[in-house]
Design a protein around this ligand. Structure first.
Ligand code: 3PG
Length: 220
């Protein structure tokens, strides 16, 4: 498979905050088989979502990142579920252009910074958001969003940590994405609902394209 001949290259990212402007939703994607990766990425782009967070949750994840980097240059490709410094480095080497972690430690934060890539470190509390802000980094993930207090909780952070801007993820879908996107401290949301497990297993790329098209129109 080769890349689409007339596809425009993915937009350049100047910094982590640029991740918020790509799409209202960053699709969080799990692939069990490497050959699923490229069709998923193409279906997302076809639906108007030019970004993908490929999670490091399966043994094929780094190969999937390599495949998308080679075959779908028009998508902004990130690695998700980055939980160790080694995973941050391996993701960058495989071709990821941004990194997302579900939580963060000083060594993980340092390793993600050292890759030179934009990244969204995971936070769930005021103290964690403050710790990330102390490093000069303002863009972060809020995870697990619904279980941590949802849009009401996240909205209340905007008064005490107004410089932090979040990508809430975890338990978000079409029914509640709008309540997050309407918050002043939310840049975009993340979620796995664009790539349902059954659609991926069945190779139903058209369903993924259509879910992406709905998500692309979701800006609150
Ligand atoms: C993540 O890795 O960000 C979450 O597991 C995605 O959460 P969701 O499956 O509830 O969208």
């Amino acid at each position: 498979m080769s890349s689409t001949p007339d596809a425009a290259p993915a937009v350049a990212l100047a910094g982590s905050a640029d991740l918020f402007g790509l799409s209202p939703v960053i699709p969080v994607v799990v692939v069990e088989r490497v050959e699923q990766a490229v069709p998923i990425a193409r279906a997302l782009v076809a639906g108007g979502v030019p970004v993908i967070e490929l999670t490091l949750r399966t043994p094929v994840a780094l190969d999937a990142i390599r495949a998308i980097a080679a075959e779908v240059p028009e998508i902004v490709l990130g690695a998700g579920t980055v939980t160790t410094p080694g995973a941050a480095r391996a993701s960058a080497a495989a071709g990821a252009r941004f990194l997302v972690s579900p939580g963060c430690t000083p060594s993980l934060l340092a390793a993600m910074t050292e890759t030179g890539l934009p990244f969204l470190p995971g936070t769930a509390t005021v103290s964690e958001a403050l710790a990330v802000l102390e490093t000069g980094h303002t863009a972060m993930k809020f995870f697990p969003a619904e279980a941590s207090g949802g849009a009401a909780y996240l909205g209340s952070l905007s008064t005490v940590v107004p410089d932090a801007r979040f990508c809430p993820t975890g338990g978000i879908g079409p029914a509640n994405a709008g309540s997050y996107l309407a918050l002043p401290n939310v840049g975009c949301v993340g979620g796995s609902w664009l790539t349902p497990k059954d659609a991926v297993a069945a190779g139903d790329w058209d369903r993924i394209r259509s879910l992406a098209a709905e998500a692309a129109a979701a800006r609150g």
